[in-house]
Design a protein. Structure first.
Ligand code: GLN
Ligand code: ZN
Length: 774
């Protein structure tokens, strides 16, 4: 086909939650029954309309397919599952006579209902976004349901736009799916490619009929080496899928987007396919070198979309360098377009909304809207030459220079301390010696504990809101938090837990709390990004060298400890998690930044010890999250991430029991790293997987304390005594009782008190029963 011209500037996707989280609020109101589906649809349409206008205002073309239709009510992978009709059997009852799903049904698949579990949720590549995992079996039926996407293309057209529909591509869709529960051993979703591709062809035909000239198929799975061990089959699937889609008669021009890294060996496969445009992530990846002649020739006939503006971080960055990269791509094709490296889903809407941030810091930042404007500038440069955009490039370079020299960005005292570290700073005495030194804690077999937070009640949240509004003095707020801590300590003593926590009522968030107290961080007012569904987080901005002006948690922990003879755990967030859940400076290696945070935590631990705290937990739920997608990059990551944790904790006295906590992920691939953390006790999410991780740990020779979660805190369900007991018995069979701990999967902050108390009662009763049988 002769493709319509690709726009010179575009983005791979835009935040959909709304500048003031309008979508979140509307979706949650719909769930609560406060608005009906029609009203939710109106809000969503209004947001989409505002987004198109905004993007056009920022310089993307109105009628050249530059604006992506990347809206989703919940998740783009769920949208793809719905668009190809791949709804798990347990939800088929929700489909209408035509096999379509209404909005309520869509949310039911996302969130579950009664005994029907929702689709599983997991991390989207190396980001903090979570997608819903499609379930594909040998009998999953596929049927095209492109109604929503088609309607959006029409809706845009009626408003005078020609936009570009976006859909997760077929190969990535299957690679991200899991085998349905009833699939036979050895079945892989990718086995169903031949059945799925015709459905995509139908969707493409429908989009073409609705007037779409270009479609964007997202294939990020192709950049990840670890997503499938059989790389050959993945590359073969690319060929099969895109040969078929490209040969279809009725279709828009196909743009395959490959964010989050370089395509490597998938580049020749895509180049060979009859698609019209291809994106290259030049922020994470590099400009390809040494291509074979066939690939070079095929690429020359396509539009190459240079992903040079970082979609994953909030820096204004080096625009000159971005321009050079885009120009470098010209050597492969005469048709070059400029884009973001990934969807802008990972960054907040607009830095101009941050009226309380230091204007100097603001001048170094670019949120989604600023990045769109940067794309527009570079697109103009690519079309008209550097001179046309010289003033914009110079302004960006000046901001970069200003940032490099600004106070706080490089603090000599922090740097000197880092430079003076030696190996001894990263190691404690041998584990056995520590075990002996910790005997004074006088713990029973199978000690019981919790992960840190207790329910964040409405009163706690109200108190924090009133403090922020100035309706509550700092002293009055602190008094309320102390009362809450006293309540939580009393409750734990009544329940009979062995190692207590203070409950974390004073924390708005496990990262932001520390970011607000450490130098080198800034926090935003409106900088929300979608984490999953209607859930948003507001990452802090780590812009400078990190140091700790004053103790951060000692007052609360010491107060809690003063109320009990039992040990109360000090509670800190680890360096890797603080980095993973913040926007982090990109002007130095992540490892340097992590070690700075590690040193600040090390000082905090020393202060906690001095205040009489004998057990200290350093949470690292995000340890797995930042694991690089390329296998070759993983050892270096594990080295600095584990190192920063050890730096934070290795100053602790042998008698201080160091705990860590991990959750949210499959940890199988980082078991060795977990062992290298060298924590005395590791609590880890395990209840949903029925303790699978215990097997992994046992076989890996893990020989420190371990607390596999026995209570799935993601659900309001209260586990029965028998259920907890059977999980514990499984664990006791694998792990010597002397090293086994009993705890929930994670913190209790999202739970209510009734289910929390009932669950903890059951846990303690089950523990007593198992202890009696030892
Ligand atoms: N200590 C934290 C809590 O209990 C841990 C949270 C987490 O792992 N996500 O809330
Ligand atoms: Zn957790």
């Amino acid at each position: 086909m002769t493709a319509p011209a690709f726009p010179t500037g575009t983005i791979l996707g835009y935040p959909r939650i709304g500048r003031r989280r309008e979508l979140k609020k509307a979706v949650e109101a719909f769930w609560a029954g406060a608005i009906d589906a029609a009203e939710l649809e109106r809000t969503a349409a209004g947001l989409r309309a505002a987004t198109r206008e905004r993007l056009a205002g920022l310089g993307l073309g109105r009628t050249d397919s530059a604006i992506p239709e990347s809206f989703s009510f919940y998740d783009q992978v769920l949208d793809a599952a719905v668009a190809v009709g791949a709804v798990p059997t347990r939800f088929e009852r929700l489909l209408d006579a035509d096999g379509a799903l209404d909005l309520a049904g869509y949310f039911t698949v996302a969130r579950g209902e009664g005994d029907d579990a929702p689709l599983e949720m997991t991390k989207w590549f190396d980001s903090n976004y979570h997608y819903l995992v499609p379930e594909i079996g040998p009998d999953t039926s596929f049927a095209a349901h492109g109604e929503r996407l088609v309607a959006q293309v029409r809706e845009a057209r009626d408003a005078g736009f020609l936009t570009r529909p976006v859909l997760v591509g077929p190969v990535t869709f299957l690679l991200l799916a899991k085998a349905a529960d009833d699939a036979p051993e050895g079945f892989r979703p990718l086995d169903r490619l031949a059945d799925l591709v015709p459905v995509y062809a139908t969707l493409l035909a429908e989009l073409a009929a609705a007037g779409a000239e270009w479609v964007q198929l997202d294939e990020p799975a192709l950049v990840s080496e670890s997503i499938d061990e059989q790389r050959d089959r993945v590359l073969e699937a690319v060929g099969i899928a895109y040969d078929a889609l490209g040969s279809a008669e009725e279709r828009p021009a196909i743009f395959v987007a490959a964010p989050y890294g370089s395509l490597d060996d998938a580049l020749p496969a895509l180049a060979a396919a009859p698609i019209e445009a291809l994106s290259l992530d030049l922020v994470r990846g590099t400009v390809p070198e040494q291509l074979d002649p066939a690939t070079e020739e095929s690429l020359a006939a396509k539009t190459l979309v240079a992903g040079v503006i970082d979609g994953h971080n909030i820096w204004r960055g080096d625009l000159e360098r971005a321009f050079e990269l885009a120009e470098a791509v010209r050597s492969f094709s005469g048709s070059v377009a400029v884009s973001t490296s990934t969807s802008l889903l990972h960054v907040p809407h607009d830095v101009d909304d941050e009226t309380l941030l230091d204007p100097r810091l603001v001048s170094w930042l670019a949120f989604a809207d600023q990045k769109v404007a940067q794309v527009a500038v570079l697109a103009r440069g690519v079309a008209e030459g550097r001179d046309a955009i010289a003033s914009e490039l110079d302004a960006a370079s000046a901001a970069l220079a200003d940032r490099a020299g600004a106070p706080g960005v490089r603090v000599p005292a922090v740097r000197d301390r880092l430079a003076a570290l030696d190996d001894a700073d990263f190691s404690r005495v041998a584990y056995d010696e520590r075990v002996a030194a910790q005997e004074g804690l006088d713990l029973p077999a199978l000690p019981t504990t919790t992960i840190g937070s207790f329910p964040q009640t409405a009163e706690i949240r109200r108190a924090r809101a009133r403090l922020l509004k100035g309706e509550l003095t700092d002293a009055a707020y602190r008094e309320l938090m102390r009362e809450e801590i006293a309540r939580v300590i009393r409750l734990q003593e009544e329940l009979g837990l062995d190692v207590l926590v203070h409950g974390e009522p004073e924390r708005n968030d496990m990262v932001q709390y520390f970011a607000e107290l450490l130098d080198g961080f800034a926090v935003t007012q409106h900088g929300w990004v979608q984490s999953y569904g209607s859930r948003c987080t507001r990452p802090s901005i780590l812009w400078g060298d990190v140091s700790r002006p004053a103790p951060m948690t000692v007052e609360w922990s010491a107060y809690a400890q003063s109320l009990s003879d039992k040990p109360v755990k000090g509670m800190l967030t680890g360096p890797v998690t603080i980095l993973a859940w913040s926007f982090v400076r990109e002007d130095q290696p992540l490892g340097d930044t992590a070690r700075q945070v590690g040193l600040a935590l090390r000082d905090e631990i020393a202060d906690l010890e001095a205040a009489g705290i004998r057990v200290i937990q350093v949470d690292e739920p995000a340890l797995r999250e930042l694991l690089p997608l390329k296998l070759a990059d993983q050892p270096a990551y594990l080295d600095w991430s584990v190192g920063s944790f050890r730096l934070a904790t290795a100053g602790a006295a042998p008698a201080t029991q160091v705990h860590t906590h991990l959750c949210y992920s499959e940890f199988g691939v980082v078991i060795d790293a977990i062992r290298s953390l060298d924590a005395d006790v590791t609590s880890i999410e395990a209840a949903r997987s029925r303790m699978e991780v215990v097997d992994d740990l046992a076989t890996s020779g893990f020989d420190h304390g371990i607390g596999p979660g026995v209570y799935d805190i993601h659900s309001p369900r209260v586990p029965s005594v028998e259920e907890v007991q059977s999980l514990l018995e499984r664990a006791v069979a694998e792990i010597p009782a002397g090293r086994l701990w009993v705890n929930p999967d994670c913190g209790l902050k999202t739970r209510g008190y009734d289910e929390t108390v009932a669950s903890l009662e059951h846990i303690i009763e089950a523990t007593r029963a198992v202890r009696a049988g030892l």
